[in-house]
Design a protein around this ligand. Structure first.
Ligand code: ADP
Ligand code: MG
Length: 223
């Protein structure tokens, strides 16, 4: 369902070249929970941005659900993302002055789904993810763990086959992280969504059925 082949991404910063993703290849099957595990600066976010088509590689291929992302042109990219990929990124997407239900329903608006149907589905997903008592809370009134649940609800509302999450437990205490990990497992079992999660949290690696150890832009080993 996801094929990454010979991927390279180099940044140039003050005349220094940083090989953020340096000859990376791997395959992921539908329904996998994959942890991309590595320390800060190892290139995890860069790799996730490439897979999510938020950024373009210097060279290499990314094939999602049989489609080479190189062939998806600018104007079609947003629609391609919405139908294939859900994002849980730290500074991406969530709007603090909107309620949980409004945040989760928003992607459906871009797909032209009517308001009542948007709200019905947002409510359903939030209930599934354990937030039925916080539907009308603004994000500012929610805990870190609850905000991350809103982020996951929002990522899956358009029924993508693949969800990319960038260090989703990074700001959470270990108990809250464990609860979120359990939620990910449940979503994975119920909907067969493929998860690719960057982390340096062993809690996330413990739920992964594939771990890609990442160091200096390279895969050190796969498990
Ligand atoms: N936009 C950018 N411009 C220049 N260098 C960058 C940029 N984004 C990331 N880098 C560098 O690429 C390397 C990998 O960064 P990143 O992918 O954010 O790692 P991680 O998510 O594992 O912490 C780091 O050395 C970082 O400084
Ligand atoms: Mg990062």
């Amino acid at each position: 369902m996801l094929e990454v082949k010979d991927l390279y991404k180099t940044y140039k910063y003050a005349n220094v070249k940083i090989h953020a993703v340096n000859d990376v290849s791997f395959n992921i099957r539908t329904g996998d929970i994959v942890s991309i595990f590595g320390r800060s600066g190892s290139g995890k976010t860069t790799l996730l941005n490439l897979i999510g088509t938020l950024d373009r590689p210097d060279s290499g291929e990314i094939i999602i659900n049989g489609k080479n992302t190189r062939e998806v042109s600018g104007s079609k990219l947003a629609a391609f993302r919405r139908s294939n990929i859900g994002f849980v990124f730290q500074y991406f997407n969530l709007i603090p002055y909107l309620t949980a239900i409004e945040n989760v329903a928003l992607p459906l608006k871009f797909d032209g789904v009517a308001r009542s149907e948007r709200n019905r589905r947002a409510k359903e997903v939030l209930e599934e993810i354990g937030l039925s008592k916080r539907l009308d809370f603004k994000l500012a009134g929610l805990s870190g763990g609850q905000v991350q649940r809103v982020a996951f609800a929002r990522a899956i509302i358009a029924k993508p086959r693949i969800v990319l999450a960038d260090e989703p437990t990074g700001q959470l205490d270990s108990k809250t992280a464990e609860n979120l990990a359990e939620t990910i497992v449940n979503l994975n079992k119920k909907s067969n969504i493929t998860f690719i999660i960057t982390t340096h949290d062993p809690v996330i690696s413990s739920i992964a059925n594939k771990i890609i150890y990442f160091e200096d832009g390279k895969i050190q080993k796969k498990e």
